[in-house]
Ligand binder design. Structure first.
Ligand code: ZN
Length: 143
């Protein structure tokens, strides 16, 4: 199996079996809604920040396989991290998506399967939507 097929399979696995899917009715969670009109992606990210740790992430919404799988991967990548580490990981993910060098010690796991997205500019917003949403929530949250 070549690496692109492997990456595609990881993306489809997250699309079919999304992690941390479903919202909670809990006012302690930050909730951010974002959409990507060019593709029709529409997602909601919820994040529970406690003691500067991303204790929990929930995600829901509709969209293409890139967007929905990326929301699942984001939730797995950032859950349990400190706010600062989460923001670092998010920034490395943006570098990866742009096709730039990224820090392989910071960005690990399934997130790297999106590195091919840089060749498809129309899909960049799909891949980053969930990451932009949680970034917005984390940055706006007062310490
Ligand atoms: Zn999309």
């Amino acid at each position: 199996m070549d690496i692109n097929n492997l990456y595609r399979q990881v993306i489809m696995d997250h699309y079919k079996n999304p992690q941390n899917k479903g919202l909670v009715n809990d006012g302690n969670y930050l909730t951010v809604h974002m959409n990507n009109p060019s593709c029709g992606d529409d997602i909601v990210i919820q994040c529970l920040l406690e003691d500067n740790i991303v204790k929990d992430i929930k995600q829901a919404g509709t969209g293409c396989s890139i967007c929905c799988s990326s929301a699942s991967v984001m939730s797995v990548s950032l859950k349990g991290k400190t706010k600062e580490d989460a923001l670092k990981i998010i920034n490395e993910f943006y570098e990866l998506i742009k096709g730039n060098e990224y820090n392989k010690d910071v960005l690990t796991g399934d997130a790297i399967v999106y590195q091919g997205v840089s060749q498809f500019p129309a899909r960049v917003k799909c891949a980053t939507l969930a990451w932009k949403a949680i970034e917005k929530g984390l940055i706006n949250k007062e310490d």
